[in-house]
Ligand binder design. Structure first.
Ligand SMILES: *Cc1c(COP(=O)(O)O)cnc(C)c1O
Length: 415
């Protein structure tokens, strides 16, 4: 019996059931993935016991020789992998990374531009319910009503009109490529700092499957657990001249002691993400998403922007007479896990959504390829044809479980 089973059988059982769920379902939430067993071993280590406020070589606690080495190792790997001058691995999450950067670069009330939320922007890019939207004056830029592509001419016009100090790029639900070069030109025209929030894209960028913001964005923020397949957490990269400001925005600006066990997990993730195998993974994620898009288009669905260039897709389910929640509920009954989401110019509120958002990072980590995408697209079409047909959902579920049993999820024990 494990220590956990002995001490707390309730929590142990919940974890076992969650392991089973993660093995059984098709996990298609595009921000989720499977961390490797090596990453989880580092995160489950004794480094959780150590206080290390400060940075390597300049801590406010003693006994940091070993954790200094792991944080330095991780920072060097991050700089090399993403081609940036400086890395900070301490943010507890992607949201914390963004808030620390705002604190470092802005005064409260300053103007920032970010992608409109229903066009795929993140909460931390100025949502009125988030501290970003309360503390700073966010001016949203949008996507084109027809193409659903970011309209950089509008971004430029708004930048000239509002003179932001910072322009945020990056999104949580945008299926196309970012033009960081154009965004930097716009930022330079108005003297703004360009930030690329690559939370969703970090793994694709590391693997060369999406253009890199290095050399264009002065600051890059990220989550570490999405396409990058690391432990749950955040990260900031920046140009050399911003190093001091950014570091102090994290600590002491907005955090206390760093999670050294998670930083060790990030170091392991960064080693894994620099391999040839990871490059192939990143390209396969995109190839799988494109195949899935084609299957769904052939089945008559309407995709936001008409398809995808990255790891994620959005279906406009209003065209099927559904809300996002209805569609996502039906799919979950069939063991296909997606999330409901706003779509550009959505008429539903964010708690219902006119779309579903899903992607290929986690299922590609299981080793699934284009043949499986064909099958999954057909299952999605069968489920969404009639969201009330629970007998059909149960039939699809059986087929899904037969498939997932053949593709074990890495890092998740099979019991
Ligand atoms: C996921 C995400 C974040 C926040 O990351 P957390 O780790 O969940 O805090 C920030 N920005 C974008 C664009 C994201 O997609």
């Amino acid at each position: 019996m494990s220590a956990l089973e002995q001490v707390d059988p309730d929590v142990a059982q919940i974890i076992r059931f969650e392991e089973q769920r993660q093995q059984q379902v098709l996990e298609m939430i595009p921000s989720e993935n499977y961390a490797s067993a090596a990453v989880m071993e580092a995160v489950g280590s004794v480094l959780t016991n150590k206080y290390a406020e400060g940075y390597p070589g300049a801590r406010y606690y003693h006994g940091n020789a070993e954790v200094d080495r792991v944080e330095d190792l991780g920072r060097e790997r991050a700089k090399a992998l993403f081609g940036m001058d400086h890395a900070n691995l301490q943010p507890h999450s992607g949201a914390q990374a963004n808030m620390a950067v705002y604190l470092a670069l802005l005064n409260f009330g300053d103007t920032v531009m970010g992608l409109q939320l229903d066009a795929g922007g993140h909460l931390t890019h100025g949502s009125p319910v988030n501290a970003s939207g309360k503390q700073y004056n966010f001016v949203p830029y949008a996507v084109d009503r027809e193409t659903h592509l970011i309209d950089y001419d509008v971004m430029e016009r708004l930048a000239k009109e509002h003179q932001p100090k910072v322009i945020m790029t990056g999104a949580t639900a945008y299926p196309r490529l970012w033009d960081f070069k154009r965004a930097r030109e716009i930022a330079d025209e108005v003297g703004a700092i360009l930030i690329a929030d690559m939370a969703h894209l970090a793994g694709l960028i590391a693997g060369g499957a999406h253009p890199s913001p290095a050399g264009l964005a002065q600051v890059v923020t990220s989550s570490t657990h999405k396409t990058l397949r690391g432990p749950r957490g955040g990260m900031i990269l920046c140009d050399a001249n911003l190093r001091r400001k950014i570091d102090s925005g994290v600590f002491p600006g907005s955090q206390g002691g760093p999670l050294m066990h998670v930083i060790a997990g990030k170091a392991v993730m960064l080693k894994e993400a620099a391999t040839e195998e990871f490059k192939q993974y990143a390209h396969q994620v995109v190839a799988n998403a494109k195949t899935l898009a084609q299957v769904l288009l052939d089945a008559g669905f309407t995709l936001v922007s008409g398809g995808t260039d990255n790891h994620l897709l959005l279906i406009d389910v209003t065209k099927n007479g559904l809300t996002g929640v209805e569609a996502a509920d039906a799919l979950e009954a069939a063991a296909i896990v997606v999330n409901f989401n706003s779509i550009p110019f959505d008429e539903h509120g964010p708690r219902v959504g006119g779309g579903i958002r899903f992607g290929t990072p986690a299922i590609t980590s299981r080793g699934m390829g284009e043949a499986e995408m064909q099958q999954i697209g057909e299952w999605m079409a069968r489920v969404l044809r009639d969201v009330k047909d629970s007998a059909e959902h149960a039939r699809v579920r059986e087929e899904v479980l037969a498939l997932t049993a053949k593709f074990p999820a890495r890092g998740v024990p099979v019991r």
